[in-house]
Design a protein around this ligand. Structure first.
Ligand SMILES: [Zn+2]
Length: 290
């Protein structure tokens, strides 16, 4: 092989392979980080275009405080981190390359407290740190044989669908591309360590996932569930990763435990079971439990 070809090949492979912090997993990434960050920022704007920010000053402050604490202990503390609380019953949350994070108020009921919120945020931030979006884009681009490089753009419909679904926002365009088991496990593993380093009791992550799993049976199942299956495989993985996170937690000076428990506005009337209505011939008392 010609020497210069060899050099080019080596440079290409060095760019393409990245080692993920905490999990030490090798990742194939064909998208330059600056471009990934630009996509993240553009996608954030698109996703939140018609959304309303929450006016609850206190909850906004709590979200920023938990988010900043996690961002600071992450491998990318210098990103332009932004945390927005969206007023919506949707149970959803996401983080995008470039440090753009959104949590919907509907999700807070499942989070219940700061440590629950830290579970969601650290998991989502872990997807950003591990560059799962860029990895998924790389895979999709290789599969479809699309152009890799400077020509990639959100303005092209096919490429936009690839980019948005790779970032976990495909739902906006009617496509769900769930994160793979491997990516989910990795985000859990990294997330647990980050939440512990940020001062939140990692044990609460197990309780959060239990609550989340129960909420799947609700009338409005969490949107987050379409990309985040809460099943036995996940819980098993979480238990495996927990000991390392607990070790980090023991060695951290500033501990917040579960943090503040959220004082959320009462759920809308429709969630309260209706009083039994009289049925002709049957008394209401007969319908009520003893
Ligand atoms: Zn995930």
């Amino acid at each position: 092989m010609h020497k210069s070809v060899k050099v080019i090949l080596i440079v290409f492979l060095l760019t393409a392979c990245a080692t993920t912090p905490i999990s030490d997993r090798q990742a194939l990434i064909l998208i330059p980080q600056q471009q990934e960050i630009l996509f993240g920022k553009q996608a954030y704007k698109k996703a939140l275009k018609d959304q309303k920010d929450s006016e609850n000053a206190h909850l906004n402050q709590v979200l920023r405080r938990v988010g900043q604490r996690i961002a600071e202990v992450s491998a990318m503390p210098k990103l332009d981190w932004e945390f927005r609380l969206i007023e919506s019953e949707d149970k959803n949350a996401f983080a995008l390359p470039g440090g753009k994070v959104a949590v919907y108020t509907g999700m807070l009921a499942i989070c219940k407290n700061e440590a629950g919120l830290a579970t969601v945020l650290s998991h989502e931030i872990a997807h950003v740190i591990a560059r799962h979006g860029a990895q998924r884009m790389s895979q999709q681009l290789l599969l479809t044989g699309a152009m890799i490089g400077a020509n990639l753009s959100l303005r092209n419909n096919t490429q936009r669908n690839i980019i948005m679904s790779a970032l976990g926002l495909g739902v906006l365009y009617g496509i769900t591309l769930p994160f793979s088991r491997g990516d989910e496990g990795e985000a859990d593993q990294i997330g647990l360590v980050y939440m512990a380093r940020a001062g939140y009791d990692p044990e609460e992550a197990i309780h959060f996932w239990q609550r989340f799993s129960e909420a799947k049976g609700d009338k409005n199942p969490p949107e987050w569930a379409s990309t985040h299956p809460a099943d036995k495989t996940r819980v098993k993985g979480l238990r495996t990763y927990l000991s390392r996170a607990k070790y980090s937690y023991q060695n951290i000076k500033l501990k917040y435990g579960l943090g503040e428990t959220f004082n959320l506005p009462a759920p809308a009337d429709k969630n309260i079971p209706e009083k039994p209505k009289p049925v002709p011939g049957v008394s209401v008392e007969a319908l009520s439990p003893n």
